[in-house]
Design a protein around this ligand. Structure first.
Ligand code: SF4
Length: 354
């Protein structure tokens, strides 16, 4: 049952859409996938922008388009090239899914044009399907993600308690679809994203310059930051120990197995347990760095200890299919996870291993 504010916004939809689109046409950021659009560029940009900021994506997008200019090139590329081009963007299943999607598309007689059909393809959820079909084919289906949830709950001062962002997105999809501009759904969806990214910030939204302020119940109440009412994420803290292990100018790396859920075939510094090092052994090793990172709901602290491996330790490691010794030159050829590439470069810059 829609609230009164939701009914008001739906009734005001034409004026709301116009105000939003007028603003978007003047204020939208110039992005390579917007300036000379194509289905391929839209798909690649949507995959890259999932959980990643646009400014981070831009250089990756340019390199990707140079190397793999269309679905056919992507479908035929070696997976190692695809992963290397993605190195540092994180969430590598996106890269694999993007290639599987290209392989599925080139096998079809024509590209599908509905959001439902796109959702049958690898790596495409409701949000991505809505973005691709509304932008590329003018399908009137709303994109609903954290940005849109934030804007809609503020516009309607909706204080419903949501368990998480996915639950809120599902609950707000009917309203998002009720207010979408059916004549220009692609621009409407992009305008909502742009508004969320540049004006309706999570904290300190720029209400005074907001193009849809006249429609915003939260701005009238003066408490926009209290929306949406999402349960606080439970952060789990994890501590791990990694080993900066060298033997005769070669660094030891761990390469995750091909079928691994995370980081399949990507290299990282090995964990202490990969080398069979227990707490007593670790205590004797000097700590060369302590680094923190966040992955989804995990806050991970990684302590990196230095070990000069003996010949017998090197031999023992060579028996493991997932451990590999690499020279400095080979390091550039391999695909590493983004943080580990950074940490290794930092350690190489300050250390003279061997
Ligand atoms: Fe967001 Fe403020 Fe605009 Fe409302 S008026 S949509 S809270 S930026």
């Amino acid at each position: 049952m829609p609230t009164l504010s939701q009914q008001n916004l739906s009734a005001d939809a034409p004026r709301f859409q116009q105000a939003l689109l007028d603003w978007y046409r003047v204020n939208r950021r110039k992005l390579p996938w917007r300036e000379t659009p194509s289905l391929y560029k839209t798909v690649v940009s949507e995959f890259m922008c999932q959980q990643t900021q646009i400014k981070t994506v831009l250089p990756y997008f340019a390199r990707w388009l140079d190397a793999l200019p269309d679905f056919f090139a992507l479908a035929a590329a070696p997976e190692s090239q695809v992963l290397k081009l993605w190195e540092g963007l994180g969430y590598y299943s996106r890269a694999r899914n993007l290639q599987r999607l290209a392989q599925a598309l080139v096998a079809l007689p024509a590209e599908p044009r509905t959001a439902e059909a796109w959702q049958e393809l690898p790596g495409v959820g409701p949000y991505t399907a809505a973005a691709i079909t509304s932008i590329s084919f003018g399908t009137p289906v709303a994109c609903v993600d954290g940005n849109v949830v934030r804007i809609l709950t503020r516009l309607t001062a909706d204080h419903t308690a949501f368990r998480d962002s996915a639950t809120a997105s599902r609950a707000l999809a009917p309203l998002a679809n009720a207010v979408i501009n059916r004549a220009q759904p692609g621009d409407h969806n992009q305008a909502m994203m742009e508004l969320g990214a540049t004006v309706c910030h999570r904290q300190s939204p720029l209400c005074t310059i907001c193009p849809v302020r006249a429609f915003c119940a939260a701005a009238r109440r003066g408490d926009p930051e209290t929306f949406p009412n999402l349960a606080a994420k439970k952060i789990e803290r994890i501590a791990t120990t990694r080993v900066w292990c060298w033997h005769e100018e070669k660094l030891l790396l761990h390469r995750a197995a091909a079928g691994s859920r995370r980081l399949a075939e990507l290299c990282e510094l090995p964990l202490a347990e990969h080398l069979g090092l227990d707490e007593t052994a670790l205590k004797k090793l000097p700590v060369v760095a302590v680094r923190s990172r966040g992955i989804t709901r995990y806050a991970i602290t990684e302590t990196i200890c230095s070990l000069k491996a003996s010949a017998s330790q090197r031999k023992a490691c060579e028996k493991s299919a997932e451990l590999t010794w690499v020279s400095r030159a080979e390091l550039h050829e391999l695909t590493l996870s983004g943080p580990h590439r950074r940490w290794i470069n930092e350690l190489l810059a300050k250390d003279s291993p061997g």
